[in-house]
Design a binder for this molecule. Structure first.
Ligand SMILES: [Fe+2]
Length: 383
């Protein structure tokens, strides 16, 4: 390729230096597209063709299809930042290898301090693709067929799954959850929140209702009725938490150490006001950790988005500022989550400690084991 080429997806001329050639061998090692992948026809005047957007899952059959056409590489408009992915993953891996609660606490603080610079302070660029790849490299353990099923049925649901799962685990860490297996379960549950929609192509009206429900919980069903959706569309919308929960029990429950975490999928459209679905739960029916998926699900739009460098810079603070300015939180049982995130992110002190997760006789038990003050005192004693 010579000089510049207009790339419609990016709506601008792209210089040769902005594109990298990535071999199929390297792509297969990555699994996830590190940026937007293009084929650029040799014939002049033929525009570049985007074959996979950044963050898309690269399955082997897809690569074989292009290998059979004589191709060996694609052009890539790279989005991911290798250094950030390496740094963030290394910090989370410290959590994985921590031998006791104190080590886990320190590892968690180190990661939160690191991610706060980008996601809250907005002092440097970070992309959702970076965050997704960091969390995926540490927590992801689902079968390829689950991921490809989601991506085949809806790119919007697939993109959201990556973002919501990364945000879910980051919010859980901010809130003080340090048990690696518990965090991994939360990550997978958040990835699979809308798995129950992915048996077939998802009607546009259902995606539209999900966005309406996201913005104002409790209103999606009425929106479907008002837009004259069919009964099967209404059923798909209302049944997807239960359908997803049951599908996970059948296909990948073994991936969860704490089976109770799978229930997050069943409950992710509850709102504590009795107008959620399918269980119409009230605030008292929901523990704090169960509201994490509700909170992060609310943060990520169903509008089709294009991954960009720096698209997560300051995201968490911007979202919380926006939530404070409107009444959306009145419809969500997340006020405690919301205020604790703000407190932790605005504090210069040691982050508030923390919770212990135990699983005795199959019952998930989460208990606070310390406070910010105690953490300071422990530090002082250590010195
Ligand atoms: Fe959902």
């Amino acid at each position: 390729m010579d000089g510049k080429v207009f790339i419609e997806l990016l709506n601008r001329d792209v210089d040769e230096s902005e594109l990298e050639t990535i071999s199929f061998d390297d792509l297969l090692k990555m699994n996830i597209a590190p940026g937007h992948l293009f084929f650029i026809p040799r014939k002049a005047k033929m525009p570049p063709i985007c074959l996979l957007k950044g963050g898309g899952y690269i399955d082997k059959e897809w690569i074989v299809k292009y290998t059979n056409k004589g191709l060996r590489s694609f052009f890539c408009f790279v989005i991911k930042d290798d250094k950030k992915i390496k740094d963030g993953s290394a910090l989370l891996k410290k959590l994985r290898i921590s031998k006791n609660e104190e080590e886990a606490y320190l590892a968690r603080n180190e990661f939160i301090n690191w991610v706060k610079v980008f996601l809250w302070d907005g002092n440097d660029d970070i992309s959702f693709l970076d965050l997704s790849l960091i969390c995926m490299s540490v927590f992801f353990d689902l079968d390829e067929k689950v991921v490809t099923q989601i991506m085949d049925k809806s790119l919007v649901i697939y993109d959201r799954a990556q973002r919501v799962s990364a945000l879910g685990v980051i919010v859980a860490l901010i809130l003080g959850y340090t048990d690696f297996d518990f965090l991994k379960d939360v990550y997978h549950a958040c990835f699979l929140l809308d798995y129950g929609l992915c048996d077939d192509t998802i009607p546009f009206k259902v995606i539209e209702a999900l966005e309406v429900e996201r913005i104002k919980p409790g209103t999606g069903r009425d929106h479907l009725v008002a837009s004259r959706a069919s009964q099967s569309e209404i059923d798909l919308f209302l049944n997807h938490p239960k359908n997803g929960f049951e599908k996970v029990l059948v296909t990948c429950e073994s991936k969860f150490k704490y089976p109770e975490v799978v229930k997050l999928i069943l409950r992710h459209h509850e709102n504590g006001m009795g107008t959620g679905f399918p269980l119409e739960l009230l605030h008292d029916d929901l523990s704090e950790w169960e509201t994490i998926p509700m909170f992060v699900d609310h943060l990520v739009s169903y509008a089709e988005t294009l991954s960009k460098k720096g698209d997560a810079r300051g995201f968490l603070k911007d979202q919380i500022d926006e939530l404070k300015a409107n009444t959306a939180l009145d419809y969500l049982p997340c006020k405690r989550v919301f205020s604790r995130i703000e407190k932790e992110m605005c504090s210069n002190k040691s982050f508030e400690l923390v919770t212990r997760v135990t699983n005795e006789d199959g019952i998930l038990n989460i208990e606070p084991i310390g406070t910010e003050v105690e953490a300071e005192e422990e530090k002082a004693v250590g010195e």
